[in-house]
Each structure stands twice: as structure tokens, then as C-alpha cells.
Design a binder for this molecule. Structure first.
Ligand code: GDP
Length: 534
């Protein structure tokens, strides 16, 4: 047991918990790695990448991820930088896993959006941004790859507004572009930060503070770069938005930074400014009102379950976001949804390459709990037997459906176990309906790649071969509890079933039949999402 004494409020104030989102290849991994490098959590660049190709450290079903070059899962890393304790939540770049992204964002207090300066806002950026927007958290923009000749910075700013509909405030403005990218001008601090080629930009060569018109700036930059900077800043000050912290906190204005994760240019200025502006953990909504992170009583919720992170151990980890109080090693907490006490033995945190056993953790931290199958996404854990529940995590309405059965009837038990576990992890949703005297199972997903993950994992982890058959349905709606299903008047092309909690659902092929059934059935309320808890 650690004897270390903590100042509880200070510990919370120094915490920053955020997610990183980007279109694949924009540079999310490289940027994360540089953060870790500055925080001293890794010694060499390339360590995080090599972890991906290291067979022992990668879960086997992530083969899919490697084959396709996309990140299917999201992981969590913690490190210290200066006075801050930082939790980074990585998110899958592919839109088919946007449900997973949403769950991850629920655990985050802010998001960093990485954009390739050559490409601007890309398809996946849009989807992921929409998910962030639903959460209403602060979103910071890092425009990456400035070491290559990219698009005009003003174009990129316009793109944010046109493609994403968000106003922006460039905090760091680039001086030069491509090979001539020399540094940034910080509009809040009113200073120029020039990069030092010598040590790969890990320290800033020159920091000069003053009005942008100062002669010192001209001397430093030369007249061409200085003239361009003067012109740019004047335009931004005149035509751009003002810095407005309130709007940033509400996700209505995004602070923008320019840099190059590869050469380190602009990364540390970004990190420092981001940590200054982005808030520490804030109060969270529960059924008993807002819970203050400084409340001493321990509470938290499960937002993600990930199986087989280590193929040698066949383990399952439930990720818990602490919302108040302090976790101490070996503590027992109340599992509200099960109405049982559970001992949090050996929770883990994820540092750069390693998992470590957590001695102590505070509001804002994410810890990984060994899960023998008792946790569901959305479960709340509390210090005592109080009926507190954090806001449920909505299940997205799937848009693709298939019938599923096992080829080998002898393996039905394994098959059902696999399906149940994968549904608990939120990889897929499972529905049932009576069919020819037995039961038919239907799997629903938000993105078709989830079907592939399902097939792959059932085969590789559960040893089950499956038959699948795509169904024509594109919509599902949950039915209000007080509606009498016996009186339901359906259209020919729709279907009734039940979700895993036995709640009635209707499958539709098109919006026309949704409207039709709505008109035919008085008192019927059709819902697009169902809450996992509450
Ligand atoms: P992710 O898919 O968003 O995680 O992107 P990665 O971090 O894996 O980067 C994708 C590719 O872009 C890799 O080849 C990186 O080396 C490269 N890259 C990342 N950041 C930069 C940058 O600032 N400049 C340049 N030129 N390349 C970069």
C-alpha cells in the first residue's frame, strides 16, 4: 500500500482527460507519441508504432485492424507532463465504429481533432466531429503535416466552418509553410515561437514576445515572412472570431493550432496552450443531480469493455471513468446495476507500453478493471449503497441486419456465449424473434465492418463457424413500454422482435413504412435509441 499523501483538490485540478479523433493517416498516432515523448513516458519516437507490430502486445483479433490499416479499438494512456496528469483516449478512425467513439467521448472532457494540412476536413473527420458535437465538449483542432506544402491556412480555417459548421479561433498561426515552416505566432500570448532544427524541434529556439509590428520580429523573420505575418494577423483580427472561453467550453468555437507531429514543430506549444485552456474534470450529470468531481465519495461508470487485449491471458477489461472520490488499492465498491459489492482487485492503468497496477486514482482518471463478465457498458460503481446512476450511454440504432446461426449445432452454447459477450462489449446488438417453433437470432450493426469483426472473433476466439444472411431492414425502432404489442398493426415488409433486455422492437425497410405503422397504430411511440441503463 502506498503511503503517499495526496492533496485531493490539487490532484483533480491537474488532470486533463481527452480523446483524439482524426481521419486515418492524419497523424493521430504520431502526435500521441510526441505527447508521450514530451511527458517523458517514452524515450524514443517509434515506440508506440512498434507496439502495434509487436505480436505479443497486440490482441489477435486486431489482425483485422492491421489488414485494413484502421484502428478498430480505442485505448487509453496516462502520462504526466509538467504539472499535469493526462489521460488520452484514442478512438477508432473508421466511421463504422462511431458507436465506440461515442462511448469513448462520454469518458472524455474534451477532444483534439487532428487534420492533415494537405487534405483539410476528410470524410471520417466529419463523422467523428458530429459525434463530438453530440457530446457538447470542447474541441481543439491541430492542423498537422505543416512540414509539407499544404493548403493555405485561411482555406483550412474556412473548411472547418463550411464542412463542420464550427467557428474557429486560430491561437497559433503558422509562419511559413512546407520547407519554410519556421514557427508559429501565438495570438493569445502575443509571441513568436521559432523552431529549432538542431534538436528536432524539441525545444523552441527563439521565443520573442511583443506586438506583431515590433521591429524585433522583423529582424528575426526577415521582411518577407514578417510582411506576410502582419497581413495574416490583421485579417484574422478583423474578419475572424474573438477568443471566447465560454464558447470553447461549450464546443461552439474551436481553438486552432498548426504544426508538424513528425518534426515536432508546434507540438509542444500546442500541448501547453491546450492544457491551459481545456478544463479539468467537471461535474457530471446523474439521476441524483450533478456530481462534483471534488466530492470525496467514490463514483464512476463503465464506458467500454475490451476483450483479449492480451491473447496470452484471454482477459476482458472494463474501462472505468472515475467521476468523484479517490480509488485506493483493493477497495470495495457498490455495483449499482447488479446491487452487489465488488472488490476492485488489481485495476490497471495503461502507460506508454506497459500496464501498471493502480495504487491511487482520482476523478478524471480511467482505470481498467479485470472483468469476469459482471460489467456492462453504462454500469455505475459507487462508494456505498446509494441508487446513483450516471446518465445512460445510448445505443445507436443499427442500420444493417443479418440472421445468424451456428453451422455446428453442437457448438450452440459457445456460439451464444460469444454473441452475448460481444453484445456486452457493444461490438454488435443482438435481437431475437420466434421462428418456426424455435428462435431466430438477428445481429444489428451501425457499420458493416462490425459484421467482419463479429465473424472474425467468433471464429478465432470462440471456435464457432457461422451462417449469416443479410436482411433487407435498414431501420429499427424501440416501442414504448405501455403499448399493447398484440394490437400492433404491421406492414408486410416490417418485422417484430425483442432486444437483449426483452424490449420489443420493430424492423423496417424504409421510412415510408415507419410512417405508415405510426399512422395505423394509435398510442405507439417509436424511439431511435434505447438507453443501456436507466
Ligand atoms: P494516424 O492514422 O492518424 O494515427 O496517422 P499516423 O500517425 O500513423 O501517421 C500517418 C502517416 O503520416 C505516417 O506515415 C506518419 O509518419 C506521417 N505523418 C504523421 N505526422 C506527420 C507530419 O507532421 N508530417 C509528415 N510529413 N508526415 C506525418
Amino acid at each position: 500500500m502506498s503511503n503517499k499523501k495526496y492533496n485531493y483538490n490539487e490532484e483533480i485540478q491537474r488532470r486533463r482527460t481527452f480523446a483524439i479523433i482524426s481521419h486515418p493517416d492524419a497523424g493521430k498516432t504520431t502526435l500521441t507519441e510526441k505527447f508521450l515523448l514530451y511527458g517523458g513516458a517514452i524515450r524514443e519516437a517509434g515506440s508506440v508504432k512498434s507496439r502495434r507490430s509487436n505480436k505479443h502486445a497486440v490482441s489477435d483479433w486486431m489482425e483485422i485492424e492491421k489488414q485494413r490499416g484502421i484502428s478498430v479499438t480505442s485505448s487509453v494512456l496516462q502520462f504526466n507532463y509538467q504539472d499535469h496528469c493526462i489521460n488520452i483516449l484514442d478512438t477508432p478512425g473508421h466511421q463504422d465504429f462511431s458507436e465506440d467513439t461515442y462511448r469513448t467521448l462520454i469518458a472524455a472532457d474534451s477532444a483534439v481533432m487532428v487534420i492533415d494540412s494537405n487534405k483539410g476536413v476528410e470524410a471520417q473527420t466529419k463523422k467523428l466531429f458530429q459525434v463530438c458535437k453530440m457530446r457538447g465538449i470542447p474541441i481543439f483542432t491541430f492542423i498537422n503535416k505543416m512540414d509539407r506544402l499544404g493548403r493555405d491556412p485561411f482555406d483550412l480555417i474556412d473548411d472547418l466552418e463550411e464542412a463542420l459548421g464550427i467557428r474557429s479561433y486560430p491561437v497559433d498561426w503558422p509562419i511559413g509553410n512546407g520547407k519554410d515552416f519556421r514557427g508559429v505566432y501565438n495570438r493569445l500570448e502575443k509571441r513568436i515561437e521559432l523552431f529549432n532544427e538542431g534538436n528536432h524541434g524539441q525545444s523552441m529556439a527563439n521565443i520573442v514576445t511583443g506586438e506583431v509590428t515590433d521591429d524585433a520580429f522583423r529582424l528575426l523573420l526577415g521582411s518577407d515572412l514578417h510582411d506576410k505575418l502582419l497581413e495574416d494577423i490583421e485579417l484574422l483580427d478583423m474578419a475572424g472570431d474573438d477568443f471566447d472561453l465560454h464558447k470553447i467550453i461549450n464546443g461552439e468555437l474551436t481553438p486552432v493550432y498548426f504544426g508538424s507531429a513528425l518534426t515536432n514543430f508546434g507540438v509542444e506549444p500546442f500541448l501547453q496552450s491546450f492544457l491551459d485552456i481545456t478544463p479539468p474534470p467537471m461535474a457530471r450529470k446523474s439521476n441524483l443531480g450533478y456530481i462534483d468531481p471534488e466530492d470525496r465519495n467514490f463514483t464512476g461508470f463503465i464506458f467500454k469493455i475490451q476483450a483479449n487485449m492480451d491473447p496470452n491471458h484471454r482477459d476482458r477489461i472494463a474501462f472505468l471513468r472515475i467521476c468523484s472520490g479517490q480509488y485506493e488499492k483493493g477497495m470495495t465498491v457498490n455495483h449499482v446495476n447488479m446491487g452487489k459489492k465488488v472488490k476492485l482487485a488489481q485495476p490497471q492503468q495503461f502507460m506508454a507500453q506497459d500496464r501498471v497496477i493502480v495504487e491511487s486514482a482520482f476523478s478524471g482518471d480511467i482505470i481498467g478493471l479485470h472483468d469476469p463478465g459482471i460489467f456492462n457498458i453504462g454500469d455505475t460503481l459507487t462508494f456505498d449503497n446509494i441508487p446513483l446512476e450516471y446518465e445512460g450511454i445510448p445505443q445507436f440504432a443499427p442500420e444493417f441486419f443479418m440472421k445468424i446461426s451456428t453451422i455446428n449445432a453442437m457448438k450452440r452454447k459457445q456460439f451464444l456465449k460469444g454473441l452475448t459477450q460481444l453484445a456486452q462489449e457493444g461490438t454488435i446488438q443482438v435481437y431475437r424473434r420466434p421462428f418456426a417453433g424455435t428462435e431466430e437470432l438477428i445481429v444489428g450493426v451501425v457499420g458493416v465492418l462490425q459484421f467482419e469483426v463479429l465473424e472474425y472473433r467468433l471464429t478465432h476466439e470462440y471456435g464457432v463457424e457461422i451462417n449469416t444472411q443479410r436482411m433487407p431492414y435498414r431501420f429499427i425502432r424501440w416501442v414504448n413500454d405501455d403499448f399493447d404489442m398484440n394490437k400492433l398493426n404491421l406492414t408486410m415488409d416490417s418485422l417484430v422482435g425483442h432486444d437483449k433486455d426483452d424490449r420489443p422492437v420493430i424492423f423496417f425497410q424504409n421510412e415510408w413504412s415507419i410512417r405508415m405503422i405510426q399512422e395505423r397504430n394509435k398510442g405507439l411511440v417509436l424511439r431511435e435509441t434505447s438507453l443501456v441503463t436507466l
